[in-house]
Design a protein around this ligand. Structure first.
Ligand code: 1DX
Length: 186
């Protein structure tokens, strides 16, 4: 994956748990004390090693870390110069999800080694839809749950997500979404 992803993991750990915790996780993952470069490619194993080291150092399971990473990714990429990319993907949750493959195609024009997952929408109605997620990378459904959480926040919605793993045919994940406008906070 592109270094941007590892940099986001680093940003998440440093802001939530401090520089010393990042140093420990990076070194437990067997990685040198060198900065990640956003636009360079790294083996997927690097990212998985970071998540594995973080589960041990923080004492939480991988799903919790991936979920937190997904939430953070929306905010991190907006701050890293991809705000316009995100805005162009849509002004509502269903529009954004519908346009996700196009968003990745656009990123791929600049960064041809991107290996994006694929997202498809079905069963859309006024306050819900089903999102179909295909990826070559194993185990990242909790990350998508976190992304959806971040998107719900972005669009001011209270979002309920139910995850379903589909093993038949070409294995993939389905997310059943239902939303209501978020309650106003005082
Ligand atoms: F619901 O692979 C909302 O490296 C969503 O299964 C889902 O293969 C928003 F410069 C620049 C670059 C760089 C911009 F080249 C990526 F470095 C991409 C920014 C998407 C914002 C996919 C990242 C493939 C890297 C993948 C989980 C899970 C998709 C991460 C989230 C908006 C993005 O992202 C899987 C790679 C961007 C960039 C967005 C992704 C690779 C997503 C979302 N993916 C790199």
């Amino acid at each position: 994956m592109y270094g941007l992803v590892n940099k986001a993991v680093e940003g998440l750990v440093r802001t939530r748990f401090g520089d010393a915790m990042w140093d420990r996780i990076r070194s437990d993952a067997g990685l040198p004390d060198e900065p990640f470069v956003s636009m360079e490619q790294y083996p997927d194993a690097t990212t998985y090693a970071l998540v594995g080291a973080a589960t041990k150092a923080l004492g939480v399971d991988a799903a919790a870390i991936l979920r937190e990473f997904g939430r953070y990714w929306m905010q991190y990429t907006a701050e890293q110069g991809y705000g316009e990319l995100l805005r162009s993907a849509g002004r509502s949750l269903p529009e954004f999800l519908h346009n996700l493959d196009q968003l990745h195609t656009r990123v791929q024009l600049m960064f041809p080694h991107l290996q994006p997952p694929s997202f498809a929408v079905s069963d859309a109605h006024d306050h819900g839809l089903v999102l179909h997620y295909h990826s070559d990378r194993p185990g990242l459904a909790p990350l998508v749950e976190g992304l959806l959480d971040g998107l719900g926040r972005r669009f001011g919605l209270t979002l309920d997500v139910r995850h379903e793993r589909v093993e038949a045919g070409r294995p993939h994940d389905r997310f059943h979404l239902r939303w209501t406008p978020a309650a106003a906070t005082a």
